[in-house]
Write a protein that binds this ligand. Structure first.
Ligand code: NOJ
Length: 560
């Protein structure tokens, strides 16, 4: 039998570029001030042009919207403010025509407290839905533990006056947890997955996975994960649609990663790498790449079919909870020095561009690093044009403002003056200065740089598929990685400091491969000295992407 690694060619998520967006804030077609599927469809050519290969949509199902849609009242529908199921199918079809996959959020740890299941469960103790939630006659002793939103969430148990019982909610009190150990609830989760697969999605970004699979109840003092549930999700998914995936939101310690992927890759295909994300920001803040290298090593083991999702920012705060107190402080000092920029003194509620003070060199470094990490990059809408944040808005909404398309009113997002969240309209990040239309015209714009980087990343499948090795480069400020896949090697080198720095490195390959590095971005190639070492002078925040070998090998040599 050939090596299994050689046989798997068609795992689309291995070399994908994922772009996440919220329908509500992307593009408003009907002029009510709220984004919708019709608006999103008008922008599919833009997304295809940018080069992204998969879209991840935040929740768009009917919801009272108290947690931006992460509180669902009907899993089998589209919130009428965004359109209809018919529009959704038109949308997935439009994506398919353009070669883009669709992932949607799967929020099944909890429902909204207005979901008919919960309403029935509260009202009628004999209803079957009663057991779909987690109840206690008395206030459990540990009701103050395990709070996810400190500051705005007081407890994980709340007394319901109708049921005259306490119910469990890992997140806000309006998000009662589903009793996910219950066979009927599990069957319903599969049914929800099956429904959306049938409407054209390629998988799910699964919300709060460690909580979904944890045992829940008033007697549970230490939640224990029931990992076998993940296999059941995966099997169902694969039976219904072989290439469908789950991308898990699981901010867990590296020693449990394999439980999520499964020893032979039989559980979830993808997870976000929170460990690397936090240490990456630490590296950007301090110019010290060592903790990042440690995080990369700790998260290196994974089955051949599994993949990491890497990201810089997402719709939540930049969670720094896995760093030490000093490390976290260093990141705050660099990127969120004012209290108002922080959330719960634990994370940062800013967009990337203002965190980097709009410094193009630092933004390029951050994105070049993201694209050069072992896994699949996940880009947040608006970051491709360097959008800013609005710190006047509460909590995480600061970084969720509408997309800025042009210098027209409301940034071209909507014809309505009142929009779901205010469009950023003042200061350096206002839509008058930061918008797609303007950047499209300028070949040197940030957006066009992003487009080129995306293209380059797609042309370097070694990064998504290959094995890698961190190369010693003579300074903790330099991060150099070599990727190998099918007789091709790519070497990426990054300088995390604000001063020029020389990388001295040996690529670790013999012959021409080790001697010559062909720059993929510019004509500035590198040839090793007699001892086999390359000396690469990187400017402040500089980065290089090379292909090992001679000039003929500017593109990879074998077919993927
Ligand atoms: C994680 C989501 O990313 C976040 O936005 C949400 O508030 C919680 N899960 C609860 O669903």
């Amino acid at each position: 039998m050939p090596d299994r690694n050689e046989m798997i060619n068609d795992l689309w998520y291995k070399n994908a570029i994922v772009y996440c967006l919220s329908v509500a804030t992307f593009m408003d077609a009907d002029g009510d001030g709220i984004g919708d599927f019709k608006g999103l469809m008008r922008r599919l050519d833009y997304l295809q042009g940018l080069g992204v290969t998969a879209l991840w949509l935040m929740p768009f199902q009917p919801s009272p919207g108290r947690d931006d849609g992460y509180d669902i009242t009907d899993y089998y529908n589209v919130d009428p403010r965004y359109g209809t199921l018919g529009d959704f199918v038109e949308f997935t079809h439009g994506c398919e025509q353009r070669g883009m996959r669709v992932l949607i959020d799967l929020v099944v740890n909890h429902t909204s407290d207005e979901h008919p299941w919960f309403c029935e469960a509260r009202r009628n103790p004999d209803s079957k839905y009663r057991d779909w939630y987690v109840w206690s006659k008395k206030r459990p002793k540990h009701a103050n533990e395990g709070i996810v939103f400190p500051g705005v969430q007081k407890s994980t148990w709340t007394r319901d006056s109708v049921a005259k019982c306490w119910y469990f909610h890992r997140f806000y009190d309006f998000q009662p947890d589903l009793n996910t150990s219950h066979p009927e609830v599990q069957a319903e989760i599969l049914k929800i997955m099956g429904f959306w697969l049938q409407l054209g999605v390629s998988g799910f970004r699964m919300d709060a996975v460690p909580f979904v699979i944890s045992a829940k109840g008033d007697k549970v003092t230490r939640p224990v994960e029931q990992y076998h549930m993940l296999r059941a999700f995966r099997e169902f998914l694969s039976w219904r649609q072989g290439d469908a995936i789950v991308l898990a939101e699981a901010n867990v310690m590296p020693n449990t990663d394999m439980e999520y992927f499964g020893a032979t890759g039989e559980r979830l295909q993808m997870m976000f790498n929170f460990q690397v994300n936090q240490n990456l920001f630490y590296g950007l803040a301090t110019s010290d790449s060592r903790p990042l290298v440690k995080a990369l090593k700790a998260t290196k083991p994974r089955p051949a079919t599994a993949q990491w999702g890497h990201f810089l920012r997402n719709h939540d705060e930049l969670d720094l909870g896995r760093l030490t107190d000093e490390q976290r402080q260093a990141v705050f000092d660099a990127f969120a020095p004012e209290l108002n920029m922080q959330l719960y003194e634990r994370g940062i509620r800013r967009r990337l561009a203002p965190m980097m003070q709009g410094d193009r060199r630092r933004l390029e470094l951050a994105y070049s690093l993201l694209m050069a990490l072992p896994g699949t990059p996940v880009i947040r809408y608006g970051d491709e044009i360097g959008m800013g944040d609005n710190l006047v808005l509460p909590e995480r909404q600061s970084a969720r403002t509408p997309m800025q398309w042009s210098a027209e009113d409301q940034g071209g997002f909507s014809s309505n003056r009142k929009t779901i969240l205010p469009v950023i309209s003042a200061g350096a990040y206002g839509y008058q200065h930061v918008n797609v239309a303007e950047q499209r015209r300028d070949p040197n714009s940030w957006m066009n740089w992003m487009e080129r980087m995306i293209r380059m990343r797609k042309e370097a499948p070694e990064i998504g598929w290959g094995n890698y090795e961190v190369l010693p480069a003579g300074s903790p400020a330099i991060l150099a990685i070599r990727y190998d896949w099918r007789d091709n090697s790519v070497v990426v080198v990054h300088n995390l400091t604000a001063s020029p720095c020389e990388a001295r490195l040996s690529v670790g390959l013999s012959g021409d491969e080790g001697r010559r590095l062909v720059n993929i971005l510019s004509a500035d190639h590198s040839v090793a000295d007699e001892s086999g070492k390359h000396s690469i002078l990187l400017e402040a925040y500089g980065y290089r992407w090379y292909r090992a070998g001679n000039l003929r090998y500017l593109l990879k040599r074998s077919d993927a």
